[in-house]
Design a protein around this ligand. Structure first.
Ligand SMILES: NC(=O)c1ccc[n+]([C@@H]2O[C@H](COP(=O)([O-])OP(=O)(O)OC[C@H]3O[C@@H](n4cnc5c(N)ncnc54)[C@H](OP(=O)(O)O)[C@@H]3O)[C@@H](O)[C@H]2O)c1
Length: 237
């Protein structure tokens, strides 16, 4: 089994890599030259590190990255800095998702594709609706916060452009407010949001997000349960 992890230098991505390695899954990561990669990853000879910026990769290079992979996990996100939030590339995540899907479709491949999304995404297809106050806040965020718009476009690509009548297998995992904790703890997965992401957010630890994502990769039963869906993950309180 081989997995491609994008955003592997990030807080969640590196946990995904560590858990994949523990499961004896071969890992390929793409990391910018400037990325700080934990020694656990850089020193591990079983992990293939491709240097470069995924955002600049042409389709031919993306095809090369995915052609022998059984799964692709995208944990990309905009860095929390002025440049990361307001500078280019404003469509880092959505453009990457689109290019990965294009590469898979043109190669006629169907690995498990997992997007790290967010509870700020409302899946109207499954009947989720925003309350009046949330509508206002989300509309403002869409205009004022480019990463929010990017995350919405990325999830929409899967939910609407692909949907469920597709031979691309995808899951968009939606954590609520992220935080770090040492080890995996109890968590719950829901088809839809059970609380307001704006006015009553829950918490989700990054290690639990990575645990669920790796579970999706290793368990076909779990995959069948969540395929073409946007599961929400909360830590149990
Ligand atoms: N914050 C929350 O509470 C929350 C809640 C739900 C969902 N989310 C979503 O989850 C995502 C991942 O969260 P996280 O905390 O694990 O993210 P993170 O630590 O910020 O990691 C982001 C990853 O994206 C890469 N990246 C950033 N800008 C890039 C660029 N211009 N070109 C190429 N790669 C770039 C980073 O690479 P470098 O190391 O090279 O910078 C890093 O690998 C968030 O970005 C957000 O969309 C967040």
């Amino acid at each position: 089994m081989k997995a491609l992890v994008l955003g592997a230098s990030g807080a969640t991505g590196k946990l995904v890599v560590q858990q994949l390695v523990k499961k004896n899954i071969q890992v390929r990561v793409v990391a910018r030259e400037s990325a700080i990669i934990p020694r656990q990853i850089s020193d591990d000879k079983s992990i293939e590190i491709i240097k470069g910026n995924i955002n600049d990769f042409e389709i031919a290079k993306i095809k090369d990255l995915v052609k022998d992979c059984d799964s692709v996990i995208c944990c990309l996100g905009h860095n929390i800095s002025f440049k990361g939030i307001f500078g280019p590339p404003r469509k880092l995540v959505s453009n990457t998702v689109a290019k990965i899907i294009e590469a898979l479709q043109s190669l006629n491949l169907n690995p498990k594709f997992i997007l790290m999304s967010t509870t700020a995404y409302t899946n109207r297809k499954t009947g989720e609706v925003n309350a009046f106050g949330e509508k206002i806040v989300f509309s403002l965020l869409k205009v004022l916060l480019p990463p929010h718009k990017d995350n919405m476009l990325a999830a929409n690509h899967l939910v609407y452009k692909l949907g469920s009548k597709t031979n691309i297998d995808w899951v968009a995992v939606r954590p609520d407010s992220l935080f770090d904790e040492e080890s995996v703890s109890k968590y719950e997965i829901h088809n839809n949001k059970i609380r307001s992401a704006i006015f009553n957010p829950g918490k989700t630890s990054r290690i639990n997000v990575s645990h669920f994502m790796v579970g999706l990769i290793t368990s076909d039963q779990l995959w069948r349960e969540w395929k073409h869906k946007t599961p929400v993950i909360y830590n149990k309180e």
